[in-house]
Design a protein around this ligand. Structure first.
Ligand code: AHM
Ligand code: MG
Length: 347
């Protein structure tokens, strides 16, 4: 075989190989000397939960578990039946894994302490079990968002342990329950995308090293709130209208960010009159998505600050969100020279 043939053969094998998420994470972990395998087990629990939720999402109407659960969560928002089901599934899957110290969810007021640092608790997992769940009744894509932090055994208070800047995340990602079930993850070494093969029950690698295109003339925002947005966003929208931009908004962050990741553009949820700090939650919505987008070569901001640099103060803290293609995010930022352009602070 000539060297040229050998290269062609190697390439063919590489692109045709089947890699499961489990094998991929194991291979990544073995690159870190002294790695214990604990982290692989956590990702394994998250994907296990993802498969169970995907199954429930597909059967929700048949099982008559769509719609309002009749209660509000800690954020004062109506819970859907499926929020409660997805939350229970993830808690049950994570509670089983030996290295988990704390688990925190959008649906639970306080973090759950699984074990202390002294008992072997090394990691904390935060998640939004079913983001965009109010869309479920209409067959729209929804998702689970997750963020993994190290447990700091020195910090006694569980909530304060979780209040780490997003730049400290060990891993982050999401599972999209759409026309297919997609698992996107970063461990700080680029972004990889897997799809669930429902017949063999595994997430298989479909794209490694995902990069968000540098530019794409699409913005994703709930434009009905335009008059409530800070003036910088309004000026940007006026500019985009004059410059041939298109708009795409599903109203499900996971689906909107996933499209932005693959196709480019910019996703925004600015402050509004109702949500003066923004609607989305910093620790388990904005931070994990910001890590994915940055690891794919994009940018993510909250007001004038890089999202991943914000120091959180509360578990359920909200923030504004601006993320996507580097060039498109910079276009938006040009209309925000001061904090007042990006928020509601006085000049
Ligand atoms: P949720 O966590 O209660 O589901 O709310 C978050 C969702 C996001 O998925 C989405 O980006 C946003 O709320 C949509 O809000 P709006 O309907 O105000 O545009
Ligand atoms: Mg949410």
């Amino acid at each position: 075989m000539s060297p040229k043939d050998a290269t062609a053969a190697t390439r063919a094998t590489t692109t045709e190989n089947l890699a499961s998420l489990q094998a991929h994470i194991l291979a990544e972990e073995t690159r870190h000397p002294g790695a214990s395998g604990d982290f692989t087990w956590i990702v394994s629990a998250i994907q296990f939960a993802g498969k169970a939720i995907a199954h429930m999402v597909r059967r929700a109407r048949l099982e008559q578990v769509l719609g309002d659960y009749g209660e509000e969560n800690v954020q004062g928002e109506r819970q859907q039946h499926m929020d409660v089901i997805a939350n229970r599934i993830i808690n049950r899957c994570l509670g089983e894994r030996a290295s988990i110290a704390l688990v925190a969810s959008e649906e639970d007021e306080t973090p759950t302490i699984i074990r202390t640092g002294a008992e072997g608790g090394k990691y904390c997992v935060l998640f939004d079990p079913l983001d965009g769940s109010s869309n479920l009744d209409f067959g729209v894509g929804v998702g689970t968002i997750f963020s993994v932090l190290r447990n700091d055994a020195e910090v006694a208070d569980a909530e304060q342990t979780l209040c780490q800047p997003g730049s400290m995340q060990v891993a982050a990602g999401y599972i999209l329950y759409g026309s297919s079930t997609v698992f996107v993850i970063t461990t700080g070494n680029g972004v990889d995308m897997f799809e669930l093969d429902p017949h063999i029950g595994s997430f298989l690698l479909v794209k490694g090293g995902v990069r968000v295109p540098r530019a794409h003339r699409v913005y994703s925002i709930n434009e009905a709130y335009r008059d409530q947005f800070p003036r910088g966003y309004q000026s940007y929208l006026d500019w985009a209208h004059r410059n041939g931009y298109s708009s795409r908004y599903i109203g499900s962050m996971v689906a909107d960010v996933h499209r932005t990741l693959l196709q480019g553009g910019v996703f925004m949820y600015p402050p509004t009159a109702k949500h003066r700090d923004g609607k989305l939650r910093l620790l388990y919505e904005a931070n994990p998505m910001a890590m994915v987008i940055e690891q794919a070569g994009g940018l993510a901001y909250s007001g004038l600050e890089r999202t991943l640099a914000l120091q959180p103060h509360r578990l359920h803290q909200r923030t504004s969100v601006l993320m996507g293609s580097a060039d498109e995010v910079e276009h938006v930022r040009r209309f925000m020279p001061t904090a007042a352009d990006a928020g509601f602070e006085d000049d």
